[in-house]
Ligand binder design. Structure first.
Ligand SMILES: Cc1cc2nc3c(=O)[nH]c(=O)nc-3n(C[C@H](O)[C@H](O)[C@H](O)COP(=O)(O)O)c2cc1C
Length: 177
């Protein structure tokens, strides 16, 4: 798929078919993640590929906004090593987007489920819940979980109507393009 088609077609897909993602696609998606830019090229990423149904069900219970993971055959937990880079949030966010774009290019659907600075319940942060579930050490921070699979819902691609030209300034703020 051509680049502009991929970015237009990438939508948050939260319902998935009961069909596994081929291993070669999983590898391609991860490969795309590793081509991300990172601050000072520190590359602080860690990715946990979760394809065990029971574990995905438990991930879907992290918080309400992750319930969509229930039907996902694949979840990639996107993490960063805070000891490698203080800019890990930015680096890992970019990788998360590469993952979603790669999934789209392969005809899959994906959605970001947010973890960082969110709560599982009053006692536990969403990050602590995921950390305990997957045995993630303390210096590895958890940004989000990307649910991936063959789409079971259709969404229209993005269109030019969404482009906010009034938010674009030429040379000085407030000067139209
Ligand atoms: C930082 C970030 C956090 C998000 N967190 C969630 C989430 O926890 N659960 C969810 O269902 N969608 C989440 N989304 C997806 C957004 O809701 C979605 O991107 C937005 O509504 C635009 O729709 P689109 O992705 O189809 O263009 C998140 C997206 C981003 C970028």
């Amino acid at each position: 798929m051509e680049f502009f088609e991929v970015v237009k077609r990438r939508r948050s897909i939260r319902c998935f078919q009961d069909k596994k993602v081929p291993e070669e696609y999983v590898k391609k998606i991860l490969e795309a993640a590793f081509y991300s830019p990172s601050s000072r090229n520190r590359r602080p990423w860690h990715f946990i590929v979760v394809d065990e149904e029971e574990l995905i069900k438990k991930l879907s219970k992290t918080r309400k906004a992750l319930e969509f993971l229930e039907t996902a055959p694949l979840a990639i937990v996107v993490c960063g090593d805070k000891e490698i880079s203080s800019a890990w949030v930015f680096d890992v966010s970019i990788a998360a987007e590469h993952i979603q774009l790669a999934a789209t290019a392969l005809g899959l659907g994906a959605c970001w489920g947010h973890i960082l600075d969110r709560r599982h319940n009053e006692e536990k942060s969403a990050e602590e819940y995921v950390r305990e579930l997957l045995g993630i050490p303390d210096h590895i921070r958890v940004l989000c979980v990307i649910g991936i699979g063959y789409p079971a819902e259709e969404k229209p691609p993005h269109s030019e109507k969404e482009v906010m030209w009034e938010r674009v300034h030429r040379n000085k703020f407030g000067h139209n393009l």
